[in-house]
Design a protein around this ligand. Sequence first.
Ligand code: PAF
Length: 288
Amino acid sequence: MIHSKKIELINQTAEMQKKAAEIHKEGMTIGLVPTMGYFHQGHLSLMKASKEETDYVVVSLFVNPTQFGPSEDFNRYPRDLRRDMELAKNAGVDMIFCPTIDEMYPSGFLTYVKVESLGEKLCGANRPGHFQGVTTVVCKLFNIISPDFAYFGQKDAQQAIIIKKMVEDLNLRINIRVLPIVREKDGLAMSSRNVYLSGSEHKAALCIYKAIQKVEMLFNKGERESKVLMDQAEAIIKDEPLATLEYMAICHIEDLSPLEKIKNRALMALAVKIGKTRLIDNTILKID
Ligand code: PAF
């Protein structure tokens, strides 16, 4: 269904806070989809879920500098506000909140939100400060937009776990929804960073999903030893000349501690560099 209603754009935090208060005053619930833009089907699935569950859908679009390391891709991260506005409008989104960097981090900004220990594992071990940047900006967005529900993708499994912990620890009255990974037809998990991949790199990146599928298949056949599962998956990544494994883990789905043997459930997560592009993916292994 194509939505013809106009979509609103707000750039200023004070105006957004005022608007959110008005919406609540009218008795409506607010759903927030926090994004860094350059929408793909994964983002659209979050907007759809919010549309179904909440009265008013806000999508924040902000390429957050504090979650990028100095040698990471902040400057070249894909941006296209016009295209994103059109996609969000067609998804039935009511408002885009697109603040400037100065609006979010005015000079003299000193306060950060950090979820200890969880943010240093897996991706955090290779991206110091990344999750502190994420939790700081998400906490600010929660305070600016006052959503009743906020929607995140399972592709960023560690991010979702950390945000849930922040919400619990800081007594934030927000329901966090985590929606399934959306994949291309060939299995590659959707990511705004997929645009960096050349044709041959895209093909090479399929080794990531192949490794996941191998682990799922062995797990479903009864294999429970993490080392056995990961050795098989690593072999698939190592077989791909354009791929470099950054990390692979089978761990507890809440505290992310490594599991030698899977009892009921586990998160299998990995980060792989294809050429210069860093991609992440994961699966939940569980006994039905
Ligand atoms: O997942 C993302 O796109 C970002 O990490 C988020 C949650 C929008 C915070 O900048």
